[in-house]
Design a protein around this ligand. Structure first.
Ligand code: GH3
Ligand code: MG
Ligand code: MG
Ligand code: MG
Length: 294
């Protein structure tokens, strides 16, 4: 795990970081509350161990602020103090701390609390991953795709780079289900995705947009280059055996390609509509082809 440790004394920082690192975790250190907040918002971490009494911002305030920020609302926070009346524990939990540990820190206690926090963090990570992934093909689901598209648009704007997308729709996919059964259809979908994935660059993002429709986001790619990518994907798909072993068959797909305007009022939706219209033309003109938006 990545563990953020915030304390204003060198001694505590050294002691805690040595212990935490000895369990194989990565440590991020902050010297006061403000630094803890900045680091927590800038870097990803799994668990934070936060001292209560610190200059600039108290640990309690750091807890409040992190829990109020959607980006860090579910991070696991352990607040630490030498006060040992129940009142403080209550205040800590009320501020959004997930756990509480007394100073001086007992090594066995800290170890147990890191383990407990690790279980929650791991479960949260799994749930987030599941909520973003299409279970059949393992690519981003529609929601994750649209979220990522928003990020890519902002990135393209900042870097003044082009961004394009394509929609790939398998041709006559219903026939595959009808003639070979739904399980063979599922397997063909998985092979289709592997074929696309194998032909893309690491920064490109595939998402399942609908049943047998996939969207690929192509960062730093203008429309003409995106059409070249789509044509490469089309050829790969058409030349690939898609069926399970012993029952092989070919299938084709049609592609609509569109640029994503960084300042489009409708965000990604405008580009999806444009690509969908191009895809419709690809289908109407005979399928197994790439049509860029005009
Ligand atoms: P077209 O060339 O016009 O795109 O024809 P098509 O048959 O591919 O398109 P249509 O929209 O008529 O049918 C899509 C089919 O995809 C119907 C649906 O049952 C199937 N499908 C959608 N999701 C899944 C899935 O997860 N698994 C399987 N096996 N089939 C699916
Ligand atoms: Mg302190
Ligand atoms: Mg189809
Ligand atoms: Mg379709």
């Amino acid at each position: 795990m990545r563990v953020l440790i915030a304390d204003d004394t060198v001694l505590m920082r050294t002691m805690l970081s040595e212990q935490v690192a000895s369990y194989g975790h990565d440590v991020i250190l902050a010297r006061d509350g403000r630094e803890a907040l900045n680091l927590a918002q800038a870097e990803s971490f799994d668990i934070a161990i936060i001292d209560w009494e610190m200059p600039r911002l108290s640990g309690l305030e750091v807890c409040w602020l992190l829990k109020a920020d959607p980006r860090t609302a579910y991070s696991y926070l352990i607040l630490m103090t030498s006060h040992d009346e129940p009142f403080y524990e209550m205040k800590a939990l009320d501020a959004g701390a997930d756990d509480f540990i007394h100073k001086p820190v007992n090594r066995a206690h800290l170890k147990a609390r890191l383990k407990a926090g690790g279980r929650i963090t791991e479960m949260h990570r799994l749930l987030v991953a599941q909520a973003q992934t299409d279970p059949l093909t393992g690519v981003a689901n529609r929601r994750a795709l649209l979220d990522r598209a928003g990020e890519e648009i902002r990135r393209a704007q900042r870097a003044r780079q082009p961004l394009s997308l394509l929609i790939a729709d398998i041709d006559h996919f219903k026939r595959i289900n009808d003639s070979r059964g739904h399980a063979a259809g599922d397997e063909a979908l998985q092979r289709f995705v592997r074929t696309l994935d194998g032909a893309l660059r690491p920064g490109d993002l595939i998402g399942r947009y609908g049943g047998e429709e996939f969207v690929v986001l192509l960062p730093n790619t203008a429309l003409a280059d995106a059409s070249v990518v789509a044509e490469r994907l089309r050829q790969r798909v058409a030349s690939q055996e898609m069926g399970p072993d012993g029952d092989s068959f070919r299938m084709t797909a049609s592609f609509g390609v569109a640029p994503v305007a960084p300042d489009a009022p409708g965000g990604i939706d405008d580009a999806l509509r444009t690509a969908d219209a191009a895809l419709y033309r690809a289908k109407a003109e005979g399928r197994n082809r790439v049509v860029p938006s005009p």
